[in-house]
Ligand binder design. Sequence first.
Ligand SMILES: Nc1nc2c(c(=O)[nH]1)N[C@H]1C(S)=C(S)[C@@H](COP(=O)(O)O)O[C@H]1N2
Ligand SMILES: [Mo]
Length: 425
Amino acid sequence: MTSTAEERYDQQRAAQWMDGAAVGRGLSRRDLLRTAVAGSAALGLAALPGVRWAARADTPPAGPIRKPLPPDLFTVFGTNAETKWEALRRVGYHVPTDRFYVRNHTSTPLVDRDSWRLRLFGTGLRGAPTRDAPVELNFADLARLPAETYSAFLECAGNGRSFFTTQQGGTVTGTAWKLGAVGVARWRGVRLGTVLRRAGLTRAAVDVLPAGLDPNFVSGGVDLGPVRRPLPVAKALDDVLLAYEMNGAPLLPDHGFPVRLVVPNWIGIASIKWVGEIEVSDQPLFSPWNTQFYRYFGPGFPAGGSPPLTRQVVKSAFELPFPAALPAGRTIRLTGRSWSGNGRIERVRVSTDGGTTWRHPRIRVAGDGRGWTLWELPWRPPGPGDYELLARATDATGRSQPDRTPPNDLGYLFDAVVRHPVTVA
Ligand SMILES: Nc1nc2c(c(=O)[nH]1)N[C@H]1C(S)=C(S)[C@@H](COP(=O)(O)O)O[C@H]1N2
Ligand SMILES: [Mo]
């Protein structure tokens, strides 16, 4: 594992951030953000081949997400769609693609696989190729490289955000997800490390910056450019995939067709969809997605925010509607799942009386460190009335779910035990 390397990276980045050091040494955070904005305009993404905008005037408006979003499977929030947990009750370990959550900053582009190219460039590659003369790879090149398959969860950093408000009485901004911005899929692709080494990765490389081919993200009237987020080389070389299959089929457009990153255990934004280019740099890289977003901001955090968020936290969810209505006078099989960005789940405890007593659920499937653990517990409600179901998991590093998550302004990484309301009638 690379946790030590990651910690060193975080500390180093934190120090650089605090000194205002970055690509051009001595830049302030404000300068950096300006640079990022100007840089993105210069990218001229519309000129890249292989991209057709989902929302061009000559195509019928299709909405930001292309796949069907039936209300029994999804709750839709603008450009995003959350999986309903009750839709996972009768499915196995993997979340079928038809019900896998979608998180789009803008809208799903339709990318043509045959003209798609992955462009690699930057000072961290031999000969320092530039964006204008990059190392290029097409889909057939990628498909010829050794493939690897594994199951891993993807989860949005904002998953569970609404509970900062409804359970803790706070106010946060962003999509009001319940717990459905997560899913485990089986991913097949080529290790990012394989592609980076073939492109001429040097020992001086420190960061890679994959960018998506979706339309630029505009926030508060400012064009922030394509969705892109730096990844330290240590993680890039560890277990990251350039994935082209999800659950045994080519990626759907909504999930990044033809190729996306899968960055196991890290917050979802690391897993850039529709990846079109990757800058490899011998200097630390920054984008709005590791400066303005995806850090902790607010009281108790440094003025420029915490270091960039990386790993996910520990969570648990019941495969029930929220809130749920259950019949009285019967034994109910409660089912649920727990997962963590730190490794496998070691322990799950479930309470059906609001947290007074805790029971041991039966483990249906013990997941590995990239997946989740499925559990079940029979419960005979003592009578009609209102109940709260709680599940608390502990992972292999000993981290457990607290009663309360310290708030942060953007509502990231909610890990507290969720009080799941149930009415028995
Ligand atoms: N290019 C691009 N990649 C992206 C995003 C995006 O909007 N554009 N969203 C990110 C976020 S915030 C998450 S949580 C995951 C969601 O992946 P999914 O839609 O396949 O579930 O994709 C990430 N990759
Ligand atoms: Mo996300």
